[in-house]
Design a protein around this ligand. Structure first.
Ligand SMILES: Nc1ncnc2c1ncn2[C@@H]1O[C@H](COP(=O)(O)OP(=O)(O)OP(=O)(O)O)[C@@H](O)[C@H]1O
Length: 300
């Protein structure tokens, strides 16, 4: 069953087109990473899905309903971000108590165990917490709510490395025990790739790739060696990234549709083949130029 369907969805802010003709479907009980560069449109998309705002054109369905002003969607969805609007008149324990009455699947035991593990004090107020602690508290709500559609928009803002690792582990453990549809946007693709099943790659307001992580991992290969040889092997293929190495050597990341026999030929011709990390590939696929920052320093 599909939980989210977007068909030709666009969202503009005045003349600014934040999303353009976005079409994709998210199936039930899958963790999807929503990946893209700064300003790509991730937050805009996640807010549309959560029903916080409406699209300029196109059709969005969440649980088969338009999410904007939908009671069904708001009862089954949580969007965890740094603007969650946690009441400051209540202390943190009271906030958990209110959340308990609000979310039907709420696991209070889990919330309290996480609360203690991350050393929160009952009397603290959300607006007095540090940036990382605010994110950690929001994450506790997002996990304990166990909403059928759980959306985390940059949930680890301000968290230190150890807390981020704990969060991803807690998310994975809870998801395995209580499967649900999870959308997770993050700039730390290398940290989240182990828990993702699918990747939705957003580039300049459009979906540039929606695929499984296993496909992403096998779709590209690195090739290093003399430029003329590299050009020969890559001329009819998609080159995602290219940079000069040393005097006459080139490193390219190219679509991997080579047969094993071709790979052996490539290596025999003196070129080096290497695996490409999915986090690097996501950066290349969402880059404006094929050479990245190096292109800025290229002489004309
Ligand atoms: N309320 C708004 N008014 C005007 N422009 C907006 C508004 N919200 C977003 N935008 C613009 O829409 C584009 C997409 O923004 P969005 O926040 O969705 O990107 P993002 O991928 O989440 O970025 P980041 O990774 O930096 O958080 C940006 O150019 C942003 O400036």
């Amino acid at each position: 069953m599909s939980v989210v369907r977007c068909k030709e969805v666009s969202k503009s802010f005045g003349n600014m087109k934040a999303l353009q003709d976005v079409t994709f479907t998210i199936e039930e009980n899958i963790i999807t990473g929503v990946i893209g560069r700064n300003g790509a449109g991730k937050t805009t998309l996640l807010k549309l899905i959560a029903g916080f705002t409406h699209s300029t054109s196109g059709e969005i369905q969440v649980f088969s309903e338009n999410p904007f002003n939908s009671l069904l969607v708001s009862a089954n969805t949580i969007l965890v971000d740094d603007q969650m609007g946690i009441p400051t008149t209540l202390d943190l324990r009271e906030v958990l108590q209110v959340a308990k009455s609000f979310y039907p699947n709420w696991d209070h035991e889990l919330a309290l165990r996480l609360f203690d593990y991350f050393s929160f004090n009952a009397g603290q107020r959300h607006n007095r917490l540090s940036k990382g602690k605010k994110s950690t508290f929001n994450m506790i709500i997002g996990l304990a709510a166990r909403c059928p559609l759980t959306i985390f928009d940059e949930p680890t803002t301000g968290m230190d490395t150890a807390v981020r690792a704990d969060f991803y582990r807690a998310l994975l453990k809870d998801y395995l025990a209580h499967p649900r549809t999870i959308l997770l946007s993050s700039h730390h693709m290398d940290e989240i790739e182990d828990i993702l099943e699918d990747v939705l790659l957003i580039k300049e307001g459009t979906v540039c790739l929606h695929t499984s992580l296993s496909t992403l991992k096998s779709m590209a290969i690195g090739m290093t060696g003399p430029k003329h040889l590299v050009d020969q092997w890559t001329k009819d293929r998609d080159v995602y990234y290219s940079k000069t190495v040393g005097v006459d050597s080139t490193y390219v990341v190219v679509e991997d549709d080579f047969y094993e026999s071709e790979k052996n030929e490539i290596k025999a011709s003196g070129l080096e083949l290497s695996a490409v990390r999915s986090s690097d590939l996501c950066v290349y696929l969402t880059s404006k130029t094929k050479g990245g920052i190096d292109d800025v320093f290229k002489e004309n």
